[in-house]
Design a protein around this ligand. Sequence first.
Ligand SMILES: [Mn+2]
Length: 471
Amino acid sequence: MSMADQAQRWAEKTFGDAELGDERRTARLVAMAAQVARTPAGTVGQVFTEDAERQGAYDFLESGRVGVGAILSAMTGAAAVACAGERRVLVAVDGSSLTLVDRNDSKDFGAIGDYAHGGRGIKVISALAMTEAGVPLGLLHQEWWSRPKDKPKVSEKKKRARPVDEKETQRWIDAINGSVRELRRQAPNTRAWFHIDREGDSTPILLALKATEQDFTVRGNWNRKVEQHLGTLRRKLAYSAQRGSYELKLSGGPKRTARTATMSVCYEPVTLKLRDPETGARVALNVTAILAREISMAPKGEERIDWLLLTTIAANGIKDALAVIDGYTKRWRIEEFHKTWKSGACNVEETQLRSVAAVQRWATVSAAVAVRIERLKYLSRTEPTLAASVELTPLEIRVLTALKRKRRRKNESMPDSATIGDATRWIAELGGYTGKSSGGPPGATVLRRGLERLHIAVEAAVALLGLDDDA
Ligand SMILES: [Mn+2]
């Protein structure tokens, strides 16, 4: 298609700066990313249906000349540019792994999960930047590594004694520092507010976060010692008065019954007593400890919600504490990104590529596409009244509106100009969304399917009617 559709524009913005040593390679990367954005799928064969295109994609992905790092840094740089307009961004950092099929153990994938289980794949930590309202902006960093295939024969004692930079903890620190570096370069006035789940409650990670001089919230995993006479975090908070409460709507899940929980909130400024594992030196870390606890009855056999948060944000009142809790709930969006990327709309775990480097090249493009879908999803929920043109071209809006007009119910009125909320719902409807099955707003899978159908319709409009993008 000759016209620049939104996917093409997005791909240029995201990967157009990739320094691959040859402009043709960058152009190939951009074209590939645009095509993945139009028709996201897990395998190269599903995305590229024309032989020449497909072969070109394989050649690119398997070429030793295409630097994985250059693809990554184009993507993370573009994410930082997107952050530049924000005063502060939430940065959720979380680990995951791609589980990949290697039946004959012939590929260079490492071990994942339990060594005894023999799973194969690649480990990755991602840093997802979002606006303070929780709209994804892009990935500021991805840290990839492979574990050895067989369990290293090292005693537990020796393992603990290893310096931090040889442990996986260092990967977290690299992801945090890498995100800050990217922001400094492209968005020097934007502050980062890191959000990490219980895996972040490790002394080297807390010290690395402190060293960035940015903000953070980490979910506490340990009842750490504090420099007050009551001794530990939990004891300190147990003596603290309830400062407020709120109702929390919990959706159901495999281990949880849907319910509305009454949460009690207390908070205290505390000084954590840490010991630097490298130097043995004592370090004091001042944070606010916030405890949000379910005080209504939980269903039988289920634990009550209990969140202990450690944050650099000062709580001068219940409003501040609630804002920290609200920020932490947005950390969940990186889990949704993982799902969309790995097994949902982008399905990267289906890839048949045979080397770690090829998988990484493909998975990086596909990660950027997954963020784009998550962004559309949250943009339409968070700022539904923005004009549709923030994410779609005039022609795409025109085709989408025409399709909607044909499908609309008798008494359904059409807006004069579509908002992003309208457009997203119409795209989801093209993808089969009725609002009935989940009861909630459109998710990534219906959006992916809808975007794909919209793309085909736009192509038909161009081919049959000669419409172009200024139409
Ligand atoms: Mn995690």
